[in-house]
Design a protein around this ligand. Sequence first.
Ligand code: EPZ
Length: 420
Amino acid sequence: MDKFVVQGGTRLVGSVNISGAKNGSLALMPATLLAPGTYRLRNTPNLRDVWTMSRLMGSLGAFCELNDNELFMDTREITAFEAPYEHVKKMRASFYVLGPLVARYGTAKVSLPGGCAWGPRPVDLHLKGLEKLGAEIEVTSGYVMASAKELKGAKIHFDISSVGATGNVLMAAVLAKGNTLLTNAALEPEITALARMLVKMGAKIDGIGTTQLEIQGVDNLKPVDEDTIPDRIEAATFLIAAAMTQGKIQLKKTNPYHLTSVIAKLEESGCEIDVNSDEITLEMNQLPVPTDIVTAVYPGIPTDIQAQWTAYMLMANGTSMITDNIYKDRFKHVPELVRLGADIDVIDNAAVIKGGKRLNGAQVMSSDLRGSASLVLAAMVAEGTTDIFRIYHLDRGYEELEKKLNNLGANIKRVKTDIV
Ligand code: EPZ
């Protein structure tokens, strides 16, 4: 097991290249099941979740090899149609293989994802959508058994805007007979990027970039090469980290258009931000103004930066409120931040932060990917040394995080530990 040993009191200055989007890759990889062939997915981040998805795809018969952020995939020999519990329990996105397997091979057995660090994460919208397309769905002993001689186009409305359900159902609909209309579809950039890749593969999809997707099913698709979009959550994490340390940072290889709501909030909190093509520069010369956020579906404030914003507001002289309307109980990081000296109360799906308290280094434990990021950010501004345990959570979703932060002036050491 590894831990981070973080020396506080650092200031982030310099430039950093943003990696490809974890959640982008996790959608593009299962899409390669739809058309047997070879693919090159460029700008793929080298991180644990991509490895986990590669292992799952490998267990289905696909060949995956990542070299210098180019993921080569060969799906010409898919011989198995099961995503077992040991893969899915590690990573909920494994569930994305369900739609493509049913659409291309007419059968799939996929473990239910189960809960995660912050509570239940249902898949009812995924299953309802696939049933509407004509799949026979049975849920027994923790597995979803799905089969379909032929999928038929349908009108599908998502009661809740769901990234995963939109992705899964979209990947099934492109090979269904006839037309499908998806309403209240997710708008997240990772989903519009998936739709664009499917169109490159020969799918017929109208309305990309809107919540209404009209799909005309086709008989076959072809393999393609594709660039993965930049990771907007990594970018937001670095912007917040620089703001917390009153630093000056330049993000490169990013897409500012994916971060408009976050940039607006950072400016509201006192940051000076400049945008130029695929670069974002942030400078912060003061303590942040207390700034409330309410998470929402894209293009609103993403739930995936809620924990990092909580750490940021610890620096503000005053009270701020962070409300998560996507995941009502995504606050496992709060008790750990309190161990560093934070004054935070969680009331229902909101955290009330009384900022301006002095933070002191302590031993803290990661519980989920973005919560861990908030602990790293807080540790960088706390007095003294902080040990952060279970950083395998971080390794799931950030490529070389400590290396990138240390290049900007942080002082983070990755150390082996027997403490789990
Ligand atoms: C994706 O998860 C992301 N993961 C998550 O990022 C992100 O937090 C989430 O979208 C919200 O933006 C990947 O893309 C791999 P949802 P997903 O379905 O698809 C409810 C990270 O840190 N819901 O959009 O699982 C659900 O409970 C991860 O990178 C149902 O009720 O999220 C939630 O309240 C964490 N039924 C809301 O919808 C369903 O069938 C949004 O979830 C599906 C979802």
